[in-house]
Design a protein around this ligand. Structure first.
Ligand SMILES: CC(C)(COP(=O)([O-])OP(=O)([O-])OC[C@H]1O[C@@H](n2cnc3c(N)ncnc32)[C@H](O)[C@@H]1OP(=O)([O-])[O-])[C@@H](O)C(=O)NCCC(=O)NCCSC(=O)C[C@@](C)(O)CC(=O)[O-]
Length: 367
């Protein structure tokens, strides 16, 4: 894309989002409030081999809802052949719509939708309860996960790049594969408008790719972010899927996103802690004005397409970091730590959150 095309695109974007951007950014800065997006029930559990009972998942969500979290990613409408653990996401959505978990504040529940098939399954349940007497507040964010790396779009999304109509102007295979991912998400954005659902888009492998290595071009990430915002994304979660991100790389990426016209208020950061860099990178994000971070209680998680990837950064660690910097999250770390310990036991895994374990040890001493 020429610099003139790029400037035009940024101007179009600025014209399209003037109010939301100003409001989001002003609100975040004045209140110094950080929003933690709890992805444990989806990203945290999706990779677990042992089937986890529906009742356990619902109990997990209910317990999380009582901690002060405002956003919970509750499941995904993906192929059960690839991710069997998420096969009962329809039941989870139905339960949330029928009997919204008790919570101190209204909660946004988001579900990952990779294609029209998943969208159809989501809407089957959602439409049934739409307008009902007791809908859960603001339920459902379809969340597509394209990535700037063609190799990663392949396994994670099964794009083929065989369809020459996917993006007629695409001349290089990278652009064609990414364009195919974006094409696939159009109906999801369309439904978002129709049903007034906010579409949160993920960009995977933004700081390192399991197939292409640690050097992902930040300009490609920025280009993808601009495309997704133009398509109608409400928020972009930029993911370090492999945990290869470092402070300098995170800084470079955030500067590039800003230069491309993507406002900090439109972004969330999603770190995996594979190399122990997640909190360092979070501080870089905070310094760049990012106020939304994804995390998974007890550090549950991993990526089926990223060999060796450990879990997401622990939500308890993220909350502790924010509080230590004088930022508010609205989350009760003691309650959250108990949920982390409980779900780790249910899944049969070690609790990977240091702050969670330390909080529980302190509570035990104080008894
Ligand atoms: C990528 C696709 C959608 C391609 O789906 P496809 O193009 O239909 O191709 P396929 O060969 O994978 O399809 C396999 C079978 O699944 C069916 N199918 C297809 N879609 C669905 C659906 N939505 N719901 C239920 N069933 C579905 C499809 O119809 C077919 O059935 P068959 O003909 O064999 O009987 C599919 O392969 C899939 O769902 N894969 C799993 C994707 C996934 O869950 N990835 C992990 C989540 S992304 C992530 O974790 C990263 C993130 C977001 O956390 C951020 C980060 O850290 O990077």
């Amino acid at each position: 894309m020429s610099s003139r095309q790029s400037a035009l695109r940024i101007a179009r974007l600025a014209a399209r989002y003037p109010c939301r951007r100003t409001l989001a950014t002003t609100a975040a800065r004045s209140a110094e409030q950080v929003r933690i997006v709890e992805v444990g029930p989806r990203d945290g559990l999706q990779n677990e081999k042992k089937a986890i009972e529906l009742e356990t998942k619902i109990e997990f969500i209910k317990r999380l809802a009582q901690t002060g979290l405002r956003t919970i990613e509750a499941g995904s409408f993906v192929s059960p052949k690839w991710v069997p653990q998420m096969a009962n996401s329809s039941n989870i959505l139905e339960h949330i719509l029928q009997q919204p978990p008790q919570a101190p504040e209204p909660i946004n529940y988001q579900f990952l939708l990779p294609n029209s098939y998943g969208l159809g399954n989501f809407l089957k349940v959602y439409k049934h309860y739409e307008g009902s007497a007791q809908p859960a507040a603001d339920t459902g964010y379809p969340t597509p996960p394209p990535s700037p790396s063609p190799s990663d779009n392949g396994p994670a999304l099964n794009t083929s790049s065989q369809d020459p109509n996917a993006m007629p102007s695409a001349t290089d295979p990278t652009a064609a594969i990414i364009a195919e991912s974006l094409e696939r998400f159009k109906p999801i954005f369309g439904a978002g408008k129709e049903y007034r659902l906010r579409v949160r888009a993920y960009i995977s492998v933004a700081l390192g790719c399991p197939f292409e290595g640690p050097d992902v071009d930040p300009h490609k990430v920025a280009e993808l972010a601009v495309s997704l915002l133009e398509m109608g994304a409400h928020e972009i979660s930029v993911a370090d899927t492999t945990g290869m991100g470092t402070a300098p790389k995170t800084q470079e990426l955030l500067k590039t996103l800003k230069a491309a016209g993507v406002d900090a208020g439109d972004l969330a950061l999603h770190f995996h802690d594979t190399y122990g860099m997640a909190l360092v990178n979070t501080v870089v994000g905070l310094d760049h004005g990012i106020r939304t971070f994804d995390a998974s209680v007890a550090g549950l998680g991993g990526c089926p397409y990223s060999p060796g990837a450990t879990g997401n950064v622990g939500s308890e660690d993220m909350v502790h970091l924010c509080h230590s910097l004088g930022l508010k999250t609205g989350v009760d770390i003691e309650k959250l730590s108990r949920v982390g310990e409980w779900i780790a036991g249910e899944v049969g895994k070690a609790n990977e959150s240091r702050a969670g374990k330390a909080t529980l040890a302190r509570l035990k001493r104080e008894l």
